[in-house]
Design a protein around this ligand. Structure first.
Ligand code: NOJ
Length: 539
């Protein structure tokens, strides 16, 4: 497989409302991001995936867009966006826009027109079914709770929504909708964006009458057309969000011929700590051996014929150090271990804001402090069903999306330096301990560990090219693998637990060149200390 220009790049995700506020309204904005570009350049990343900043009523924090070609005033103006693209480019950083194409906001002009009458030219932009009030077309559920159908009395019709009622699904069967979308994307490409992240893209080809949401029959046909009409006219990084991806599908999505996307996010590993067949709130301990085998499977399957995205975090997921690391005694050690395991694999690493500081989950006392629509709806639904409140809060502490959305912790000043106003969501009280200023000053910090991993990827092509082999696959504590090219071999070793672990691999590898290590001294007699990790290379 010939190497693509983006394959050794590292992407940093910004959730704009929580990154940096520049005007004191408590909400992060584009000028705030511009003011932090030097920080990102210092970290060494190549691209920023920006969660949505387009005009939106913010029912789902911007994933409900009412104008795809304008910036929401809370984030700034189109000129600010142009400046961000420009200033980032000057630092060799590309901006990856978040495209929400499965649905729009109900406040989008198209939907406002669509619900005026059945013969309005925009009516078919959405998915409607005739019906009778109170008798739903079927029992499909929306992802944020409640039915997937909403009644519009004026039309005597239901519209379909996979997410909130304020996020009506767009009708991809309608070629006019597709054309509008392509033109909008081309407009952004002309503005110089470096790529796109495609929100729930595997749900666009839905067939609600058959109960199909993800992986609809026309999915790849739609994606190929989208790619041909837009992305292929530029030289972009594109990544689809695909909760239903299998390796087979991922090979199509990330086909090296460029017919679909550069790569996709697949989520199999992210579902491992929930009870099978249940919801993400239904917790079970992480089956560690399964995690290793799962990640190894994706490494193997896509080798030479596709491309993986590597991520532990995003704006929908809890903080990894709290989830699968240890956010108490071994916070920094385990954050580094998780980073080494992820960045050592083949694919494109994504760092979610604050991950490079080892930011943790948050515990708010009660539900009134939570802002996320999914969390709030679940709380209400489960309270009504009679669940124990403590149990609900336990799920929220473990899995709420707000864990990722508390403001970025810049320094130990008020509100972690995020805003001079009242933040839209409270800052995690641990910001006096965990913040960027402190991390940057300390050469042994999580920040500097990430910085080094990013640099190593640039300096050593084995990170991009090496073939993956899982070692000690049934070991209950150690995650170890090699990466091999014709000339070199690299070994990543990690103790995933807070106990010591005997590791026979050390005998051979400790003689080799060590690229990273999260302890200052050498391990004794082949024993790894809690969360100890190292990457060796044999050149
Ligand atoms: C996936 C996004 O990541 C999430 O934040 C959003 O709520 C849904 N898609 C709906 O757009």
């Amino acid at each position: 497989m010939t190497k693509k220009w983006w394959q050794d790049k590292v992407v940093y995700q910004i959730y704009p409302r929580s990154f940096q506020d520049s005007n004191g309204d408590g909400i992060g904005d584009l000028r705030g991001i511009i003011s932090k570009l030097d920080y990102l350049q210092d970290l060494g990343i190549d691209a920023i995936w920006l969660s949505p900043v387009c005009r939106s009523p913010q029912d789902d924090n911007g994933y409900d867009i009412s104008d795809y070609q304008d910036i929401d005033p809370m984030f700034g103006t189109l000129e600010d966006m142009e400046e961000l693209i420009q200033k980032a480019k000057e630092r060799n950083i590309q901006i990856i826009l978040d495209l929400v194409l499965n649905h729009s906001s109900d406040e989008h002009r198209w939907f406002q027109e669509a619900k005026k009458s059945k013969d309005n030219p925009y009516h078919d932009y959405y998915v409607w079914r005739d019906g009778v009030e109170g008798v739903l077309p079927n029992d499909m559920k929306a992802c944020f709770g409640g039915p997937a159908w909403e009644w519009v009395p004026e039309l005597q019709q239901y519209y379909f929504h996979q997410f909130s009622v304020k996020q009506p699904d767009l009708n991809w069967e309608n070629p006019k909708v597709r054309r509008e979308i392509y033109d909008m994307i081309l407009w952004w490409m002309e503005k110089g964006v470096g790529g796109f992240r495609l929100d729930v893209i595997d749900q666009i080809a839905k067939e609600p009458d058959k109960g199909i949401t993800g992986n609809g029959p026309r999915l790849h046909e739609f994606i190929r057309e989208l790619s041909k009409e837009t992305f292929q006219k530029g030289n972009l990084i594109t990544v689809g969000e695909t909760w239903g991806a299998t390796p087979e599908r991922a090979k199509l999505y990330s086909n090296p011929d460029g017919s679909e996307f550069s790569m996709v996010f697949q989520f199999e590993h992210v579902g491992l700590d929930q009870e099978e067949g249940k919801e993400k709130w239904d917790l079970r301990p992480l089956p560690f051996v399964e995690l290793k085998k799962n990640l190894a499977k994706w490494q193997k399957e896509l080798y030479g014929c596709g491309w993986n995205s590597l991520f532990w975090n995003n704006h929908d997921l809890p903080r990894i150090v709290s989830r699968w690391g240890n956010d108490k005694e071994y916070r920094a050690k385990s954050a580094k271990m998780l980073a080494a395991v992820l960045h050592g694999m083949q694919g494109t690493p994504y760092i979610y804001q604050g991950e490079e500081l080892g930011m943790t989950n948050v515990v708010f006392q009660d539900i009134s402090h939570y802002r996320d629509i999914e969390t709030r709806n679940m709380y209400k639904e489960r309270m009504e069903k009679g669940y124990d409140e403590k149990e609900i809060m336990r799920s929220i502490y473990a899995k709420s999306r707000d864990n990722a959305r508390t403001p970025m912790q810049w320094n130990e000043k008020e509100n972690a330096g995020f805003t001079t106003g009242t933040p839209w969501i409270e800052v995690n009280p641990n910001y006096t301990e965990i913040n960027a200023e402190k991390e940057q000053k300390n050469p042994d910090s999580v920040y500097h560990f990430y910085k080094k991993l990013i640099r190593l990827r640039k300096e050593n092509s084995i990170f991009t090219e090496g073939n993956f082999e899982l070692l000690m696959e049934n070991d209950e504590q150690i995650f170890a693998y090699t990466r091999t090219t014709e000339k070199e071999k690299m070994c990543v070793i990690a103790n995933f637990t807070d106990q010591t672990a005997s590791c026979p691999l050390l005998q051979k590898w400790s003689e080799k060149e060590k690229l990273v290590h999260n302890y200052e001294t050498e391990p004794e007699e082949g024993i790894l200390r809690p969360y100890e990790t190292m990457i060796y290379i044999d050149r």
